[in-house]
Design a protein around this ligand. Structure first.
Ligand code: 9WN
Length: 438
């Protein structure tokens, strides 16, 4: 456990990372590669800012929604000036779209963390600056509502209460082994030549393979061909999934949206109806009888559950759809499969993106083994939600220690704690601030 002095130093360093990445009205995710504003990164950043600079937290969210499309879609990247990332603004062609936003953006989404962030912001500031934040909630609420309405309608033609994703990037856990079998069935056709930038900036063995990247680009090309309008490609799209982690976050976000509606006196009937639908179908789509409490994705093409055990399976902890017994089973599985036992140089209580004993476990590669700060932070929230306070506390202290020793990276090796991927990574800094000051 870190001493008080060490925690103080960690806080100063975390603020330095955010200051470096702050662009005056939004935050880039990392100067190494992610030099734009990303959807869920931005929400995580706002939650960190909420602890010490509420003005900046509100500005971050406002800037993000400048990229919202007219149909409510909140894209996963809002492009600003800097070049240096591929696929870039030109590639996505958002400006040619009838729903086009005020600034260039990507055409796909990421997990909807924003309502969670705005509720968090209100709670963090309620005592000192409640009035100011309530005004902000009134301002941002219609944008948030439209975003959720898009997810619950255009992204859910089945009326299941669960949103569909069309791309591994939409899950936020890009090259997770969850997607391997689904991607194996996709053969890119007529792909134009393109240049990857990520593997020039970051070590290639920590990133997705070229073969997988071709499929990422191919799926975007397909969506682009249909103007990213879901109703034009839904029936035949080759990657079509009800993502269990995305929808656990969405369910939690809808609860936050309802709380925001109540706060400002808006009618919450439609949100109630969304929640009802999700509750009705959640376990039907995501459950498996041999592992109560864990959640798995549902492939809409084969109409089967994709039973891969990854960190995503634990995110049911974010919902109120578990019995205490089920929550304890998820916790036990997490400790057993994702915590370090004998494999690591220093013992820690951190959740890996893949269980150690899975055949695909790779301690260095992106979402195929390393420890991610946002996943551990989400699980801390989930464990608290389930009343499993000691477990939440253990992860929190371990996470702070890891970052104190190794710095603010995109992800970390569970074996020796080495920082991997992009450095000066914003959400790692922001979520540390939230844990230190929350
Ligand atoms: C594609 C920005 C984003 C995160 C994602 C993470 C990574 C992008 C990439 O970086 O994805 O969106 O190029 O690898 O997987 O979760 O939002 O930090």
């Amino acid at each position: 456990m870190l001493t008080r002095g060490e925690k103080k130093r960690l806080l100063i360093r975390a603020k330095q990372v955010l200051n470096r990445n702050w662009q005056g009205n939004y935050t880039i995710s990392s100067p190494d590669l992610y030099v734009h504003q990303w959807g869920w990164d931005s929400a995580f950043c706002a939650m960190g800012y909420a602890r010490y600079d509420i003005k900046r937290a509100m500005q971050e969210i406002k800037s993000l929604f400048a990229g919202q499309w007219k149909n409510g879609m909140l894209p996963h990247i809002i492009f600003r000036k800097q070049p240096g990332y591929f696929p870039d603004a030109k590639f996505w062609q958002s400006e040619d779209n009838p729903h086009k936003p005020a600034v260039p953006t990507s055409g796909i989404i990421q997990p909807p963390m924003q309502a969670i962030a705005v509720w968090h912001l209100y709670q963090a500031a309620a005592v000192k600056e409640g009035g100011k934040v309530k005004e902000f909630v009134k301002f941002i609420y219609p944008y948030l509502f439209k975003w959720h309405q898009y997810l619950m309608t255009e992204r859910d033609p089945e009326n299941s209460g669960l949103a569909t994703v069309f791309h591994p990037w939409e899950s936020g856990l890009d090259n997770s082994p969850r997607w391997d079998n689904l991607l194996a069935k996709i053969q890119p056709k007529n792909l134009s030549a393109y240049q990857r930038i990520d593997i020039k900036r970051l070590p290639a063995d920590q990133r997705p393979t070229d073969e997988v990247y071709d499929k990422y680009i191919y799926l975007v090309e397909l969506m682009k061909r249909y103007g990213y309008q879901v109703e034009r490609f839904y029936s035949f799209f080759p990657f079509k999934v009800k993502d269990a982690a995305f929808n656990s976050i969405l369910y939690r976000a809808n609860i936050c949206l309802r709380q925001l509606a109540e706060l400002i006196g808006e009618d919450s009937k439609e949100i109630e109806e969304w929640l009802r639908r999700t509750r009705h179908n959640f376990w039907h789509y995501f459950g498996a009888s041999d592992s109560p409490g864990l959640v798995y994705d549902f492939d809409l093409i084969s109409r089967r559950v994709v039973k891969r055990r990854t960190v995503a399976a634990l995110l049911s902890l974010l919902t109120d759809l578990l019995t205490l017994k089920e929550a304890q089973l998820v916790r036990n599985f997490m400790r057993h499969a994702h915590f370090c036992h004998s494999q690591c140089e220093h013992h820690h209580y951190l959740v890996t993106s893949l269980p150690y004993l899975e055949a695909d476990f790779n301690p260095l590669n992106y979402w195929r083994g390393p420890i991610w700060v946002n996943m551990n932070w989400l699980l801390i929230q989930g464990l608290r939600e389930q009343g499993l306070w000691d477990d939440a506390e253990q992860i929190k202290e371990s996470l702070l220690e890891l970052i104190f020793r190794h710095g603010f990276y995109e992800y970390y090796s569970p074996i020796d704690g080495q920082g991997l991927g992009a450095s000066n990574f914003s959400w790692s800094a922001a979520l540390v601030i939230d844990l230190l000051l929350g």
